[in-house]
Write a protein that binds this ligand. Structure first.
Ligand code: CP
Length: 356
């Protein structure tokens, strides 16, 4: 059974196949309107969402299927203390596929370990957001005609920006990608993404605090929101929230065919005046998200009949515990702490990738 927990669960060929299906859906929607008749998607959202939840729901409805679920933890039995593992086991009795968003990093992986049906990670804390990456990849492909040989600037909250982590991971598969990381010191990309993704794959990258300096060289500018909900200190959030504001004036230094992406929601990091610029692609990106989620649901439901043992690639290690307060192991007391070991001796939690 196939799940989508990390974008690396799909090969580059499988991602290309999903993009081709998504484009075919947009051109021939009638061919797909009955493909999921009798199937149910469960949307288990423990954290707020507009795009991801509603595009998943629209995707399943447009495929002829049905949707059940909840949109906040308080309306589920998680508020009474039910574990993610039990929730996944129970929902497996009612639905054919799960899309889960959770504030704790690794929660969808725990669901996949316990569910009898495919599980999709719809965003876990500040860790990963692979279905946003599907939307991002299709948008880049449609706008630029390729996924390789691009200079991509990521701007804003690169520390907690789960969409950034997943997209960098996806882009590491393609040749000639140069990455420019634009952030204040406090919101720099986590070391594990730099080391395990950028450096391990020999990707060219640089870091700067200046959007203006990076702008002229970019083919893609990926703006992100500074996320209030990830900060322990409101004061720190207030200090950093307006670090970058993209305006029409700043865009005069950009290439004519640069593509501006943003996973949305935006607060004020992109001025509304920029929406009129033909380089602004973030609303197309939201539409592409629905198309890719349709393709993904089809793919996972097709493969769910093929029994396959779940392997998270980790092992328990005596005396080792994950210390990340945002990891799902910090709240689910009975969960086994499991780790992957790399050749250089680094040991990482399988759920949140923190070094142990
Ligand atoms: N891009 C994204 O994940 O948006 P939502 O939080 O509205 O789902």
């Amino acid at each position: 059974m196939k799940n989508l927990i990390s974008i690396t669960d799909f090969s580059a060929e499988e991602l290309y196949e999903l993009m081709r299906t998504a484009i075919d859906i947009s051109e021939n929607p009638g061919r797909y309107s009955d493909r999921c008749r009798g199937k149910k998607l469960a949307t288990l959202f423990f954290e707020p969402s507009t795009r991801t939840r509603l595009s998943f729901e629209a995707a399943m409805l447009e495929l002829g299927g049905s949707v059940i679920g909840f949109s906040e933890a308080n309306s589920s039995s998680a508020s009474k203390g039910e574990s993610v593992a039990d929730t996944a086991k129970v929902v497996s009795c009612y639905a054919d596929i799960i899309a889960m968003r959770h504030p704790k990093e690794g929660a969808p992986l725990v669901a996949a370990q316990n569910a009898q049906i495919p599980v999709i990670n719809a965003g876990d804390g500040g860790h990963n957001h692979p279905t946003q990456t599907l939307a991002d990849l299709l948008t880049i492909y449609r706008e630029k005609g390729r996924l390789d040989h691009l200079t991509v600037g990521f701007c804003g909250d690169l520390k907690y920006g789960r969409t950034v982590h997943s997209l960098i991971l996806a882009l590491s598969r393609y040749a000639g990608i140069k990455v420019i990381l634009i952030s204040p010191d406090e919101l720099k990309l986590p070391e594990y993404v730099k080391k395990d993704v950028l450096e391990k794959n020999g990707m060219e990258y640089s870091e700067t605090a200046s959007l203006e300096e990076a702008m002229p060289s970019l083919d893609i500018l990926y703006m992100t929101r500074v996320q209030r909900e990830r900060f322990d200190s409101l004061e720190e959030y207030e200090r950093l929230k307006d670090s970058y504001i993209l305006t029409a004036e700043k865009l005069t230094a950009a290439k004519d065919d640069m593509c501006i992406l943003h996973p949305l929601p935006r607060v004020n990091e992109i001025s509304v005046a920029v929406d009129k610029d033909p380089r602004a692609c973030y609303f197309k990106q939201a539409l592409n998200g629905k198309l890719m989620r349709m393709a993904l649901i089809l793919k996972l439901l097709e493969s769910s009949s093929m029994a396959e043992a779940f392997d998270d690639g980790g092992v328990p290690l005596t005396e080792k515990k994950c210390a990340n307060p945002r990891c799902i192991t910090s709240t689910e007391q009975e969960l086994e702490h499991r780790f992957t070991l790399s050749e250089d001796g680094t040991c990482r939690c399988v759920y949140c990738e923190w070094e142990a």
